[in-house]
Design a protein around this ligand. Structure first.
Ligand SMILES: *Cc1c(COP(=O)(O)O)cnc(C)c1O
Length: 257
C-alpha cells in the first residue's frame, strides 16, 4: 500500500477506516493516475488539469474514506437518498460532493443540503427549483452559490437524460440569470461502445462548450466527461473532470435503480 500522497490525508478518521487488504483502491488509483498522465502527455495537456471524481454509488463509506486517504477529494453519487444514508460518518472529510445522477425535482431541497455541486442539471425547471432551494437555505450568506454543470445529451438515444444541443443556448442564458447558481461548464454521458464514436461525442461536447462560452461571454472551464471505460479518450479531448467508478472502487455488485 503506497503512502497517501495528499498533505492532509492522514487525519485519524481516515486511517481508522482504511482496510487496504481487501479493496486494492490504492493500487487502482496509482494505475488510473498513470493512465491520465500518459493521455495528458499524448494530447499536450497537464494531468494536473484533470480532476478525478470518484463515483462511489453502491460503495460503502469505508471505501470512500479509503479513496480519500489515497488523495481523492471529489466524489460523485447518483442518488440523493443513497448519499444521505451513508454520509454521516464522512462529514469531517474535506471533500467536494457531486451529484452526478438525474435529480428528481421534488428532491431539490435535499440535494442542496447534501451536495456542493450538481453536475447533471438538464432543465430550466430543475435549475429554478435548485436556485430557489439554495436561496432558502443560504439566507445567512448572501453571494453564496451552488456549483452546477449543464448535462448535455451526447447520446443519440432519445430517452437518455440531458438537455439537447439545440436547447443549450436558451437554457444557459436563463440559468445565468439565476442568482444562486454558479454555472461552471458542461457534463456529458456518451453511449458506451466504439471508442471512436465516444471520441466524437467528447469532441462535440467540447465544441458545444466553446461555442457557449463564445456566445455568452462567460467562462465555462469545466468539462465533465469520461468514465472508467473511456476516460483516456476524454482526457485527450479536453476533459477537466473524469467520473470514475469501477476502475477505482472495483465492480459494482448491484446496478442502482
Ligand atoms: C456510475 C456513473 C459513473 C461511473 O461509471 P464507471 O463506468 O463505473 O466508471 C460516471 N458518471 C455517472 C453519471 C454515473 O452514473
Amino acid at each position: 500500500m503506497p503512502e497517501p500522497r495528499s498533505r492532509d490525508s492522514n487525519e485519524p478518521v481516515t486511517i481508522r477506516r482504511m482496510n487496504p487488504e481487501i479493496s486494492g483502491i490504492g493500487e487502482r488509483l496509482d494505475h488510473i493516475r498513470e493512465r491520465i498522465e500518459r493521455a495528458a502527455v499524448r494530447s499536450g495537456r497537464s494531468a494536473d488539469d484533470v480532476t478525478i471524481v470518484g463515483v462511489s454509488k453502491t460503495f460503502s463509506a469505508d471505501r470512500i474514506a479509503e479513496a480519500y486517504a489515497g488523495g481523492i477529494r471529489h466524489f460523485g453519487e447518483n442518488r440523493v437518498q443513497e448519499w444521505e444514508a451513508k454520509r454521516s460518518t464522512l462529514a469531517d472529510l474535506d471533500a467536494v460532493w457531486h451529484l452526478v445522477g438525474h435529480l428528481q425535482s421534488n428532491k431539490a431541497a435535499r440535494a442542496v443540503k447534501l451536495f456542493h455541486c450538481v453536475d447533471s442539471l438538464d432543465s430550466l425547471d430543475l435549475a429554478q427549483r435548485l436556485d430557489h432551494a439554495f436561496a432558502s437555505r443560504a439566507e445567512a450568506s448572501p453571494g453564496k452559490r451552488i456549483r452546477v454543470l449543464i448535462e448535455v445529451r451526447v447520446d443519440p438515444t432519445p430517452t437518455k437524460s440531458g438537455a439537447s444541443a439545440e436547447e443549450l443556448p436558451a437554457i444557459l442564458d436563463r440559468m445565468l440569470t439565476l442568482p444562486r447558481l454558479e454555472v461552471k461548464g458542461l457534463m456529458g454521458v456518451p453511449p458506451m461502445g466504439d471508442p471512436e464514436r465516444v471520441r466524437s461525442a467528447f469532441c462535440r461536447l467540447r465544441e458545444l462548450r466553446d461555442a457557449a462560452e463564445h456566445r455568452s461571454g462567460i467562462s465555462l472551464p469545466v468539462l465533465s466527461m469520461g468514465m472508467s471505460s473511456d476516460f483516456e479518450v476524454a482526457v485527450e479531448e479536453g476533459a477537466t473532470e473524469i467520473r470514475i467508478g469501477t476502475a477505482l472502487f472495483g465492480a459494482r455488485e448491484a446496478k442502482p435503480a
